[in-house]
Design a protein around this ligand. Structure first.
Ligand code: 26M
Length: 822
């Protein structure tokens, strides 16, 4: 039925009175409670729904317009979207800050109390998932049509707590109190097939075709989320899929009519979207994980082709209307899926379908660690997705023939480059062969990707490889997370930086203005005080607010080298207790860690135990005069990041050169005025180039030196022997000084460092200590330090995810912004 007037919806009132009325209606009729009897959660839900109305009205307009525009849509396929809390972002995007503050005030409610009630959707592990969230924010702000496609995990990343300093994991029932931000559409559920066999048959024209005779299926129910642009009237969609058992669950291997088995089958199907896998490297090849990947990708491809595009759309023109961006290899099964849809379902010739498919995909790689490259066993792939395996084999055969033709006589080449290996399907190879473009996420990473990870492919198709350095959204990570600094910046240069971050350059002259610098320091002091209050109420942690706030927040991984940070702390501690260092000479510092370890990663969990053990000892030792404090709040997440980052003076980015693809926390910290102590790795390199050597503390081996050292044979013990501070620090840990005298607790960890040390922590120790001395010296000059900090802010506009999206659009997607009428 056509709408009777206008756009078919009413817009909510954008004033205090309208807000209060709407809020009270949501409370009374949405939640069914009076204001006086309402719980905190009632009030939060009513507020969220009230704010939501303002976005919904624009959302409906944007969707209507998109259909008219026939614009190219970016379909961002990602197994993870680490969104963070939604309320503040929605208020900011719809320019309701003042209205909400004032309206709640009239009702005697406080926004800060209500916002604390929101549980963040932790639908990602770390960098890759958070990047996806930043990208869709930027695309909405730039009015580029985009659908984010992913999984609505019932349980997000695990909740971390510490028991005697050891990590413990609990589930994350983030949906338990209700989710006001999602719109389920069970009427648009998509059927996803699994298992069974394939069958060849002759069609009416006598052509041989294939059909898949699957064994079981599940339904994918879409849940839509609004992705609002910053005050531009644009709202894009994030569509997350939830698995639901098919009505009259069709699992042939179960006995028909067996009621109890049927119910068991239901939980079997719904397991698919139950939980996020908590590994962010070293994939385990688990069957359920492959089910997740195919599940969301099949739903997404089907949704775009059959539900988003008009029903009469000519699929030969598909590349004009869509680009599927593969966020790492996790969604790469979309490639054979699109081939299957075009060839088996829509009747395309193979070659025609392949030409279309290749234009519709592009692939972003996020790693360099060989153990992180996904491979699936052929046996599993054949059992779960028999038709897809056939398609992959044909792609592989044709590709190997192409390689053989391009490099005649080189027999090793087609074997090395094969998609289907002896026992596994190599997903990165499939993504590279299928994608129109392949990109790394920082300059060094893209170069190493070409030279080290996929050298044969870059020889064959040099023009396929490109770089887009990552970025972060300035809305969430500066404007919202650091309101104090945002106000100061806006006072100085106006508000335009929020959507044009290069304009932060205009701050440069203020670095030389002593009054501005004093105000900048005041901002840091306020942010430190806020952090201290947060840690106190969140975890009962006592955090001093003077001295350097030195922050290392990221997943726990050996290559990121949290151990190197610990060795620095232990060495300072050992220096004071042994009398080598006078306590008055120790610069006061708060060392703040945030890190989750994958539950199965034993060494990472040991390192967490070590950080906590060292922290407990150091914090309690009166000989340090309170100058060194270790804080390690459990369960680092986006919400906590938003408190830690604005308070930071020093950003620790100390991965072994050549291992961190990019890093994005490094960008967030620099943008918030922290100076970086870092290696020549990932986006650190670009940060240093932009902010200037004199405003960055560089240390450590360069990537080629790492290669060289490993090639000639690395002996970590010799480095320990050569630096007495390192010997003493390792001895102190090994002695049991941090474990009540029990020397056995960390002996494995220390042995590993002395005899293996895969990531060369000991080789970089002396250089790191020397760089930390430079940090202390610089901090002793507050004016010089602040000048550097201001210049870090002024020169990091490049790291906006708006810029990253601009580059994807120009180099890879060739999409266009659409004009939205407010
Ligand atoms: C794979 C298989 C099974 C279970 C989980 C995974 C998996 C999940 C996430 C593997 C890797 C995952 O993420 C990798 C990641 O976060 N990489 C980071 O990406 C960031 C954004 O590009 C970069 O800034 C970081 O340097 C890079 O480590």
């Amino acid at each position: 039925e056509p709408p009777r007037r206008g756009l078919g919806h009413v817009a909510p009132r954008h004033d205090v009175e309208g807000f209060v009325g709407s809020f009270m209606r949501e409370l009374n009729y949405g939640q069914g409670v009076s204001l006086t009897r309402s719980s905190l959660n009632d009030r939060y839900l009513a507020l969220a729904r009230t704010v939501r109305h303002h976005l919904q009205s624009r959302w409906m307009a944007a969707l209507a317009q998109q259909a008219d525009d026939q614009a190219k849509t970016v379909c961002y396929l990602s197994a993870e979207f680490l969104l963070g809390r939604q309320l503040d972002n929605a208020i900011l995007a719809s320019d309701l800050d003042d209205v909400v503050e004032e309206g709640l005030g009239q009702l005697g409610l406080s926004l800060s109390t209500l916002r604390a009630q929101e549980i963040e959707p932790g639908l990602g592990n770390g960098g890759l998932g958070r990047l996806a969230a930043c990208f869709i924010d930027s695309l909405a702000t730039m009015s580029v049509p985009c659908v984010g496609y992913g999984i609505r995990y019932e349980y997000g990343i695990f909740r971390q707590s510490f028991e005697d300093g050891w990590q413990r994991e609990d589930t994350d029932p983030w949906l338990a109190l209700g989710n006001p931000w999602e719109f389920p559409h069970p009427e648009h559920a998509v059927t996803v097939n699994f298992g069974g066999t394939t069958e060849h048959y002759e069609d009416e024209d006598g052509a041989t075709r294939t059909r898949w005779l699957p064994d079981w299926d599940v339904q994918g129910v879409p849940y839509n989320y609004m992705v609002p642009g910053f005050r531009n009237g644009r709202v894009n969609t994030l569509r997350l899929w939830s698995a639901k058992a098919t009505r009259g669950f069709n699992l042939n291997s179960f006995n028909a009519g067996d009621y109890v088995d049927a119910v068991r089958a239901e939980t079997f199907a719904e397991k698919i979207s139950m939980v996020l896998y908590p590994e962010d490297s070293t994939p385990q090849g688990k069957e359920l994980r492959l089910q997740q990947q195919y599940f969301f990708v099949a739903c997404s491809v089907h949704n775009f082709i059959n539900q988003v595009l008009p029903s009469d759309f000519d699929l030969h023109k598909l590349p004009d209307r869509v680009i599927f961006q593969l966020n790492d290899t996790h969604p790469v099964i979309a490639v054979p899926e699109l081939m299957r849809v075009l060839v088996d379902e829509k009747g395309f010739d193979w070659d025609e379908a392949w030409t279309i498919t290749q234009q519709c995909f592009a692939y972003t790689c996020h790693t360099l660690l060989p153990e992180a490259l996904e491979e699936w066993s052929i046996e599993l792939m054949g059992r779960l997705l028999p038709r897809h395996l056939e398609i992959i084999r044909r792609i592989d055969e044709e590709f190997r023939a192409e390689v053989a033709a391009a490099f005649p006589g080189d027999e090793a080449m087609p074997r090395r480059m094969a998609i289907v290996g002896d026992h596994t399907v190599r997903m990165a190879h499939l993504a590279t062969v299928a994608g129109s473009k392949v990109n790394g996420v920082a300059e060094l990473h893209s170069q190493l990707l070409r030279d080290k990870v996929l050298p044969d492919f870059s020889a064959l198709w040099p023009e396929k490889f490109t770089n887009v350095t990552n970025g972060v959204t300035p809305r969430r990570f500066l404007r919202l997370a650091n309101r104090n600094l945002s106000s100061l910046i806006t006072e100085a240069i106006g508000p335009g930086w929020v959507t044009d971050l290069d304009r932060l350059r205009e701050l440069e002259p203020f670095a030389d203005d002593p009054a501005f610098r004093e105000r900048f320091r005041e901002v840091k002091r306020l942010n430190k005080a806020t952090l201290a209050r947060t840690l106190q109420s969140r975890n009962g942690i006592e955090m001093p607010t003077t001295g350097i706030v030195d922050i290392m927040v990221k997943r726990l991984h050996e290559y990121k080298r949290q151990t190197l940070k610990v060795l620095h702390i232990v060495s300072l501690y050992e220096g004071v207790v042994s009398g080598r260092l006078a306590v008055e000479d120790v610069t006061p510092r708060v060392f703040a860690f945030g890190a989750k370890a994958a539950p199965g990663y034993a060494m990472a969990k040991q390192i967490i135990g070590l950080i906590n053990a060292v922290g407990a000892t150091v914090n309690a030792d009166p000989r340090l005069d309170g100058r060194l404090t270790v804080v390690f709040p459990p369960n680092y997440d986006v919400t906590l990041a938003e408190k830690l980052i604005p308070a930071a003076d020093l950003s620790e980015q100390i991965s072994l050169a050549g291992k961190e693809a990019s890093g994005t926390g490094n960008m967030k910290l620099a943008l918030n005025g922290a100076l970086t102590i870092g290696t020549d790795d990932g986006a650190n390199i670009e940060i240093r180039r932009l902010v200037g050597d004199e405003n960055f503390f560089l240390f450590g081996l360069l990537e080629p030196q790492v290669e060289e050292l490993l090639a000639k044979g690395y002996d970590p013990a010799s480095y320990a022997a050569a630096d007495p501070r390192l010997t003493s620090a390792l001895d102190l840990i090994a002695s049991g000084a941090f474990t009540g005298g029990d020397a056995s607790v960390f002996s494995g960890l220390v042995d590993n460092l002395l005899h293996h040390d895969r990531f060369l922590a000991l080789a970089d120790f002396s250089a790191y200590m020397e760089a930390q001395d430079r940090v202390d010296a610089a901090y002793a000059d507050p004016e010089g330090w602040t000048r550097s900090a201001v210049l870090n802010v002024a020169r990091c506009g490049f790291f906006s995810s708006d810029r990253a999206m601009r580059e994807y659009i120009d180099k890879i997607w060739h999409a266009q912004p659409v004009v939205t009428s407010l």
